[in-house]
Design a protein around this ligand. Sequence first.
Ligand code: ADP
Length: 278
Amino acid sequence: MSAMIGGMGMAADTGSHALDEWRLDAQPYYAPAGGEIEQFEAAFHQRTPLLLKGPTGCGKTRLVEHMAWRLGLPLVTVACNEDTTAGDLLGRWLLDADGTRWQDGPLTLAARHGAICYLDEVVEARPDTLVAIHPLSDTRRMLPLDRHGELVHAHPDFMLVVSYNPGGGRLLKTSTRQRFCGLECHYPPPELEAAILMHEAGIDAAQARPLVALGTRTRRLVGNGLDEGASTRMLVRAAQFVAQGMAPRAACQMAIATPLSDAADMQQALAAAIDASF
Ligand code: ADP
């Protein structure tokens, strides 16, 4: 389980201010590609759990951050990995000087007090984690805390959002996916991706365009030896090196080509893609 946005660890688990540290105080920049802002809002108004489907680094987390700010809700984020268990999300008994004390986990906090709970890469978590979110993700909107002997009824402002990368190798079970509505997330179209690089790194359009062209070229290599092309996140990183004064080819080698693949023939293909872009 990772740290949560704006958080410095677990908040106190009681009281109306429990989620204060997860409120976003500035608007996270998000450039929409289509109707995703309205569709996210529609899901929130229906209190429907939302599945964001798309490759890593294409803007899913940024969309959730932007929407939390837009809807005026705190955002509790959990980056799931193979060690994430239901207990990590629900909470646990802690031992301190005064005895034992129950501490809500991030999912319980969000459900109890009203927040967006974003489970990033949910399919990586242990299977018991997915089972734990089932009663919250159907019309019951309840969270049984067996270890605490409590049934939490979700706050009206609670929303569950999960992200899932279908190209990541692990599949989401039908019984889980049928509880969600879904938004397909893609890399931004070229003009928009260039605008994002300009905003995020402070480079100009002439510097952004070849980086976007390189991104497009690497994405064409998918299926021919690459599992995924350069993400928008990788392009932003290259753009930040360029903004710092690094030569664009060196920036792309370091931010994109080297991390993308270990295979010698793919490194050649990526070097050719860099040559073609600059
Ligand atoms: P994901 O959650 O899909 O792995 P992120 O949301 O973390 O990806 O996106 C990675 C980075 O790409 C962000 O930090 C941001 O700089 C940039 N980005 C991607 N898409 C957008 C977008 N539509 N608007 C603004 N920034 C974006």
